[in-house]
Design a protein around this ligand. Sequence first.
Ligand code: NAD
Ligand code: ZN
Length: 379
Amino acid sequence: MPNTPILDVKPPQKVRVDLAGRGYDIWIGRHLTAFAAGHIAALNPNGRVAVITDETVASLHAKTLNAALLEHGLTVSTCILPSGEGSKSYAMLKHVCEALIEAKIERGDLVVTLGGGVMGDLAGFAAAIVRRGVRFVQLPTTLLSQVDSSVGGKTGINSPQGKNLIGAFHQPSLVVADIAYLDTLSPREFRAGYAEVIKYGLINDAAFFAWCEAQWRDVFAKGAACTTAIAQSCLAKAAVVMRDEFETGDRALLNLGHTFGHAFERLVRYDTARLVHGEAVAIGLALAFQFSHFLGLCTPDMPLRVIAHLKTVGLPTRIQDIPNFSASVEDIVEAMLQDKKVQRGVLTFILAQDIGQSFVAKGIEIDKVRQFLSGVLEA
Ligand SMILES: NC(=O)c1ccc[n+]([C@@H]2O[C@H](COP(=O)([O-])OP(=O)(O)OC[C@H]3O[C@@H](n4cnc5c(N)ncnc54)[C@H](O)[C@@H]3O)[C@@H](O)[C@H]2O)c1
Ligand SMILES: [Zn+2]
């Protein structure tokens, strides 16, 4: 028997995001560092690359990536930022922009984001504005960023008034999702990302939701099913982005579970010790289906089925699952009204008639929401 571990090297799967003049490939597989470096070098032969990463990811994965990039003849600079949502700030944006200019990154060069959604959003935004737009590559390292934030071109930072309020649409030139990165991710962060995976099934793909119910153990074991789940999620997101790149229409479907979810994140003041985004989405998905039933749009077994699967994988499903949460109905409604997707005080929800049959419901009466939430909080 050989002493060195045998790498599980299967050809990566490709998902194409076709956008006129801005199309790109997403590659999904395991052990793709050398593969990614080769593709980055092909985009910018012998050029400069600035790797933007956070402290946690840098300590685990940056050395290997940098070595692979150097091996491909690229000139590499690295910018390491604090881990966590706090880095999506004006201060860190300034820091990254100036680091890119210092590193002499020109329009033809590449910014490479190595990290979760925080690094992708921040560095992608810096790439959008430095020299009026530098190309960038996403190497997402969390499940959430592999299935959601690295695809679609939304980049940005937070302002004191709210999340993601400052930003730009800037599509990456390449995305490589290496599931080997997920081996070092905490089980809690992995589970949270999984809420976004099943969201795609709940939006418009009942067969994918059923597949998740049957295959989730293999997905969590990060084997071939994990690659399939990520590829399927990217395919679903790519399809929506290709139809509605700038969110003027049904890209909003991707917010299933998010109107409630964002309110809870705001109410815990983005304290990730209590609630991370994917957990808020999990509770939001359960509530979106319960609310759909409350409005007479779907049968009661729909929310029960959604809740059963979320519980099976260990995700929270109830407002009461949030530690030390004491908000009233009014607090929750108030937090929902601050969401940027609210237009002129009228609430827009993504509701469902069935699993895989979600739709954008505009003008939902706030009183209905109040009645529903009162029942939920009393239960
Ligand atoms: N642009 C979009 O379309 C979009 C979509 C969804 C979410 N987002 C944004 O994404 C952000 C959340 O992304 P996230 O959940 O990836 O958070 P994150 O980037 O903060 O990562 C979560 C934590 O995991 C750590 N980490 C990352 N990769 C790791 C790895 N491989 N091993 C060990 N630790 C690792 C990070 O250091 C961090 O502490 C939010 O800011 C959200 O607004 C953007
Ligand atoms: Zn989300």
